[in-house]
Design a protein around this ligand. Sequence first.
Ligand SMILES: [Zn+2]
Ligand SMILES: [Zn+2]
Length: 265
Amino acid sequence: MGEFWAWLGLVLASMAGGVAILWTVGGYYHLKYYVRRAHEPETWKCQPKRFLRPEQARHAMKLSTLNLMLGGFLSGNLVYALTRGWDTPMYFHVADYGWAWTVASAVLYFVLVDFLAYWTHRSLHFRPMFKAFHHWHHRYVATTPFVVTAMHPVEFLMFQAVSFLPLFLFPIHYIAVIVTLIYALVWNTIDHSGVRLTSRIPFQGPSMFHDDHHAHFHVNFGQHMGIWDRLFGTLRREGRRYGVDVFGGKGAPDGAEAPAPYVKY
Ligand SMILES: [Zn+2]
Ligand SMILES: [Zn+2]
């Protein structure tokens, strides 16, 4: 019977954890801007003239919360299995591999998940995937913090799968996994806030980068690090035309053929 309660505790804790982060971070930006500064959107909003309809905003809240509950249920079960002897390379004591590997593998894990998230997101922008799943998330052309995980559950599970995949590939300390997952949820919420926010973390771009993804659709696929879009040529360029029908990540020629420099974020 004790095992049942241990399992239930882990599942409920991880379900509540994700939802609590969403509502704490999302609620903070919602109150600070959408309530207190609702009268002056031009001073803070990425798209000052565009707002979600109230029913769309409520729908995003529900869908994001449900996905995080689904994700929490699955990751709670994963944690239960890992702590009950499921043999993966993941480890719990720094002494097992030492500090140098613990830090190096944490960085490697973060970068690898960000790389996989870029390609997962880019694959969701292939026409059939977009029509089947990803258009759910792109119904929100202007975003609010609660749009963060408002997506088709299949898409949410794809992102969750790539976050956990590296645990089976090489030894990673469990704290690195927890920190990376929390970091991802917090920053993705900020990136969906719809508020013009910048970051002091060198590799973490401003919220305008992902807001432009929602405004222009098939471009700027990266999650945290800007390098992937630069490397693979999908960063938004000046003088190119983008829109829901312009697939491929590189826009379309827009009038005169001119050099098309990357937009500076
Ligand atoms: Zn997208
Ligand atoms: Zn988004």
